[in-house]
Design a protein around this ligand. Structure first.
Ligand code: ACM
Length: 267
């Protein structure tokens, strides 16, 4: 299976331009599954709820998802991507997955970062998974990387690969945590981060690039610089994610002791 990411520099509010740029970067490479950044079509730094509502789109019936569905069908590939989702009165920081056969998966970001809390509703989907060419794929978005429960939930649901659209601003952090998420769950992870600087609403954010693909053993199979756009593809063998053994007597999922974790007692 060939998996890839697009490290992109979206321009705030330029939805059509950002979509075209992402398609242009992918056009030169062939992948079975592509991962695009969080909020790849709109940019990140909203200044009001009205602004985010104006740029958000219904999923799957909005223009960005329809364009990606057409691309997926024409190219025979799958695409995971982050976008602002308009759903009635709510706007979610969502990720979606489409394929040649149509729309497959919607995930609404669970752990909102910083001022996202002012503009988005917290996700209500939990952590769904779907099959991509017989491989179980799950979605999480950016800041979810610091909550090991997100990746663990996906792994317990059978995810072999986690597609991770991101707009990371804290340098080096997710590159470390996603290696841990990969090896503690024995899954592949594909983090598609954005680059560039946004100056809006009196604040400046610098996005940190360093998109990466990690194997179930925590090896970095591909990584990008902190700056610059690119599309990167690697060939993986997804079946290695099915082996959760650490020693002949240890299995990462079967050895769990949930009855002792008391997760329900620590809300
Ligand atoms: C983030 O969740 N965009 C840092």
């Amino acid at each position: 299976m060939r998996v890839g990411y697009v490290q992109l520099q979206p321009e705030f509010g330029e939805v059509e331009r950002n979509l075209e740029r992402a398609l242009e970067l992918m056009a030169g490479e062939k992948a079975d599954l592509w991962v695009l950044p969080e909020l790849f079509s709109t940019g990140y730094m909203f200044t009001s709820r009205e602004e985010v509502r104006r740029l958000a789109e219904p999923v799957p019936d909005g223009p960005t998802t329809r364009a990606l569905l057409d691309w997926a069908e024409a190219r025979g590939c799958y695409l995971a991507y982050g976008l602002a989702e308009l759903a009635g009165d709510a706007v979610y920081n969502s990720a979606a997955l489409v394929g040649p056969q149509g729309f497959l998966l919607l995930y609404r970001k669970t752990h909102l970062f910083y001022r996202e809390k002012e503009f988005f509703s917290p996700g209500d989907t939990g952590f769904p998974v779907t099959e991509v060419d017989g491989v179980v794929v799950g979605l999480m978005v950016c800041f979810d990387h610091l909550f090991p429960e997100a990746a663990r939930t996906l792994a317990l649901k059978g995810a072999q690969l986690i597609a991770h659209p991101a707009n990371l601003v804290l340098p080096g952090l997710a590159q470390l945590t996603m290696r841990a998420r990969a090896l503690e769950n024995r899954v592949f992870t594909v983090t598609a981060n954005r680059v560039g600087v946004e100056r809006r609403g009196g604040e400046v954010l610098r996005f940190t690039g360093q998109s990466q693909i990690v194997s179930p053993r925590g090896e970095v199979l591909a990584s990008s610089p902190q700056e610059g756009e690119e599309a990167v593809v690697v060939e993986i063998d997804p079946t290695i994610s099915l082996d959760k053994r650490v020693t002949p007597l240890n299995d990462l999922l079967a050895d769990r002791r949930p009855e002792l974790y008391e997760l329900d007692g620590h809300k």
